[in-house]
Every structure is written in structure tokens, then in C-alpha cells.
Design a protein around this ligand. Structure first.
Ligand code: FAD
Length: 415
């Protein structure tokens, strides 16, 4: 049984993948961003009650709503002290992005390792059968099987469930971590190369080297509010680090942001990492057209899940529509191979976009470098002030970023 077959006809409605709906949810959740979030956020009450978390990660992942907007909403309503926990969580996302951005080889190694792990399934029938049982929710571990179905049907899991799931995948089911990370990346509507890869690495001691996360029955029972009655013997009792001697690569320099030529005709490229082109400061430039590109097929050698595909496609259409309207030009969805030709047809000699972070989208766009050069089209990759301010502090552990939050928010004019 494949995971696509797990997807039922009765699946819940897709969250509206638009900026408007994201802002609506932001406003509705704003009163809860203070102490309520700090005390309740770790509870996973199940898919029918997500009142204690924002559920905004699919919108934030596609930058229909920005991290800055999350933090501004929390600050305005509660102030830095009361909203400290929510602001820190929003900054985890920025931190993971900045960390991977400075160590892009970690993403390349993940991809190469994943291909090896998938090939390994073809050579080992017993491993394949255990993998398939996990990926189709038939392990017999009650909570895990419920989360598998929830992930496939909803395209979302609570943060705590992601931690338990990853820990059980690696330490109880003894499955390769990258196959689990790939399962998440293909099915999550917020599937993100940095938060996901590094979140999985963190669970198995590859991120904070030597420190792992062990899912415990008592912790699951407490924080799922009595939905499960797990016993200690159901789960692994130890979580040894997968590579205690691992040394991280030295951080690579961060790219400076590109500058558009104000006199040259331009194509604006929105993509699945940033669907907010009307916010890029391009007003007044000679914009000829808007194109939209997603990297769903590059997330994995396997097919992305129904929810992840639907949300990303919807988010891109929403971004294209808003940008087309803001600049008063035609818009269209393209594939990466169309990039140079789309610019040429529009009469553009520069493509202006937000620089994709290390991950599948970067790979897809980078593969077009020589076609763009041959066509005489310059790629201008902007960087948001938010990333520029936080990423230099994201080269070590999260603690360094956490300490800097008040100062960086000040630099950005948010306090
Ligand atoms: C193994 C594992 C895999 C993960 N994979 C992803 C992923 O692919 N994409 C993804 O966006 N997040 C991922 N996360 C992080 C986190 O689980 C989700 O961001 C969070 O659950 C989203 O739900 P929310 O919007 O209701 O969060 P809230 O609790 O409402 O938090 C507000 C926002 O802060 C950010 N945030 C909160 N917690 C985290 C965190 N731990 N790491 C990074 N950002 C955070 C998100 O943008 C979120 O929308 C992963 C975590 C783990 C442990």
C-alpha cells in the first residue's frame, strides 16, 4: 500500500493557501501569542484542536506571511517579554535557514545519502517491509500509526509529534533517518529543507553533536492529553547519537544581496520560497512580466504528497496573482527550463527574485545558470533585511541567535 493510497476521499479541506487567509489566521491567533502560547504550545490536542499553536507554518514556509510579520504581531499585542517564547520559535525557522545557508554541503550530503538509502531498500527486502509498514501506518505502535495517517491526510503535524515521530522512526523502528526526513519533506505542507533536515539531524544527535532526543511514553501520554496510553516497553529506551565524532563544516560566507539595474527591463520571479513580490521594493522598475516557479519535483526522488503539492501550487498561484496585479503585467507559471526563454519573450534582460536558500529550489535555479548566460539574462537575487540581520548570528547553536533577538529586532526598527 503506498502512502498516496492512504489518502482518503474524506480528507479534510485544504487550508486556504493565500496571503489573505494567512493574515486572517495571524490576526485570530494574535491574542494567544503571549503567555497562553508559552504554557500550552507543547500540547498536541490532535488535528481537531489546534487552538494552542498558530498553524501558520505552511504560509510562512512559502512566505505568504513573513517571520517578521509573525514577530511584529506578537510584539504589538504582548511586548517582547510576554511573547518571548513565540518570538523565539519564529526565529528557530530563521536560524535553521541561516545555519544551512552557511553549510550548503549538508543539504548536498543529505540528498546523496537519501539516494543511497532508497537504493538500499531495493537490496534489503526486510528493511523495505519495515519502511513500508512505517510509511503506511502499520507498525502497531498506536501513536506513531495515527501520526503517519495524520501527516498524509492533513499535511501537518504538531511540533512535539514531529519530535516523537522522528525519534521513534530512528530509535524504536531502527529505520534510516533520511528516509524519515524524506517522508516528512514530501508530505508536509510546510516541508522545508532547512527546518526539516536539521530538525531530523537534531533528533539523532547530528546537529547538536552528541545530544539526541528520546521519545518517552510518559511524555507522549501527558502532552497528547490522554489520547494515547503508551507503555515504556513500547518504545526504545536509549537514543545513542548516530555519529558522536561528527565535525560540522566551517561556515561559508553569506551571499550579499543583488541589486537590480533600475534602467533594464525585468522579469519578476516568484517562487515557492517567497510569494510576496509586491513587498520586494521593486516599485518604479521597468517590469515586463511575472513568472512563478516551484521546486516540488526536486524535493525528493519520490513523489510529493497530495497536500504538499496542493498547498504549494495554490500558494504560488496566489503569489503570481498578487504580483501580476501589483505591477500591472501578465503572469504565468513556468518550469525552470522555461526561465531564459520566458525572460527573452518578455523583453527582459534581468530576472529579479529572492535568493532561494540552500535546498531544492536553489538547485533547480542554479541548473539554469548557463542557459541564462547564453541568453544574456542576468539573475538578480535579493535578500530580505530579516535574513540579512539574523543569518550572520546563525553560524553556531540557537543560543547565539536567542541572545541577539532583542538587538536584531532593534536594528530592524521593530522595538
Ligand atoms: C523532525 C522535525 C521536522 C520539522 N520539519 C519542519 C518543516 O519541514 N517545515 C517547518 O516549517 N517546520 C518544521 N519543523 C518545525 C516545527 O515543527 C514547525 O515549524 C511547527 O510545528 C509549525 O507549526 P505552527 O505553525 O503551528 O507553529 P507555532 O508553534 O505556531 O510557531 C509559529 C511559527 O514559528 C516557526 N516555528 C515554530 N517552531 C519551530 C521549530 N521548532 N523549528 C522551526 N520553526 C519553528 C514556524 O514558522 C511556525 O509557523 C520540524 C520540526 C521537527 C522536530
Amino acid at each position: 500500500m503506498s502512502t498516496q493510497e492512504l489518502f482518503p476521499d474524506t480528507a479534510p479541506a485544504l487550508p486556504d493557501p493565500s496571503r489573505k487567509a494567512g493574515l486572517h489566521r495571524l490576526k485570530a491567533f494574535q491574542p494567544s501569542m503571549g503567555r497562553h502560547y508559552a504554557t500550552k504550545r507543547n500540547f498536541d490536542f490532535g488535528p481537531d484542536d489546534r487552538s494552542n499553536v498558530s498553524g501558520l507554518s505552511p504560509h510562512v514556509r512559502h512566505r505568504l506571511v513573513t517571520e517578521q510579520e509573525l514577530v511584529e504581531a506578537a510584539l504589538t499585542r504582548h511586548g517582547l517579554e510576554a511573547a518571548e517564547k513565540f518570538i523565539q520559535e519564529a526565529c528557530w525557522r530563521t536560524y535553521w535557514k541561516g545555519w544551512l545557508e552557511q553549510r550548503p554541503t549538508v543539504w548536498a550530503e543529505y540528498q546523496a545519502g537519501l539516494r543511497r538509502d532508497l537504493e538500499g531498500l531495493d537490496k534489503d527486502a526486510e528493511l523495505r517491509s519495515r519502511y513500508e509498514a512505517a510509511a503506511s501506518g502499520r507498525t502497531g505502535i498506536a501513536c506513531f500509526d495515527v501520526w503517519t495517517r495524520e501527516l498524509v491526510e492533513h499535511g501537518y503535524l504538531h511540533n512535539h509529534a514531529r519530535m516523537w515521530f522522528a525519534s521513534i522512526w530512528v530509535y524504536t523502528l531502527d529505520l534510516p533517518w533520511r528516509l524519515g526526513a524524506d517522508f516528512f519533506l514530501r508530505h508536509l505542507m510546510d516541508g522545508d529543507p532547512a527546518s526539516n533536515t536539521l530538525g531530523w539531524r537534531w533528533v539523532c544527535g547530528l546537529q547538536t553533536v552528541g545530544k539526541t532526543y528520546l521519545a518517552r511514553a510518559s511524555n507522549i501520554n501527558k502532552y497528547t492529553d490522554g489520547r494515547f496510553e503508551m507503555q515504556g516497553y513500547d518504545l526504545a529506551r536509549e537514543a545513542p547519537p548516530l555519529d558522536p565524532d561528527l565535525v560540522h563544516p566551517a561556515p561559508a560566507p553569506l551571499a550579499p544581496g543583488g541589486r537590480p539595474d533600475p534602467d533594464a527591463p525585468a522579469l519578476v520571479l516568484v517562487h515557492d520560497e517567497d510569494g510576496l513580490a509586491e513587498d520586494w521594493g521593486l516599485q518604479g522598475l521597468d517590469i515586463r512580466a511575472v513568472a512563478g516557479l516551484h521546486s516540488l519535483d526536486a524535493r525528493s526522488p519520490l513523489e510529493a504528497g497530495v497536500r504538499a503539492k496542493a498547498f504549494t501550487r495554490g500558494a504560488l498561484e496566489d503569489g503570481l496573482d498578487r504580483a501580476g496585479e501589483a505591477f500591472g503585467v501578465a503572469r504565468r507559471l513556468i518550469t525552470a527550463e522555461d526561465l531564459a526563454e520566458t525572460a527573452r519573450t518578455a523583453g527582459a534582460v534581468q530576472i529579479i527574485t529572492q535568493r532561494p536558500h540552500a535546498g531544492p529550489l536553489r538547485d533547480v535555479i542554479a541548473a539554469q545558470a548557463s542557459a541564462l548566460e547564453t541568453a544574456g539574462v542576468r539573475l538578480v537575487e535579493l535578500r530580505r533585511d530579516w535574513d540579512r540581520a539574523f543569518h550572520p548570528h546563525s553560524d553556531k547553536g540557537f543560543f547565539k541567535v536567542k541572545k541577539k533577538i532583542p538587538a536584531v529586532l532593534g536594528e530592524l526598527g521593530l522595538r
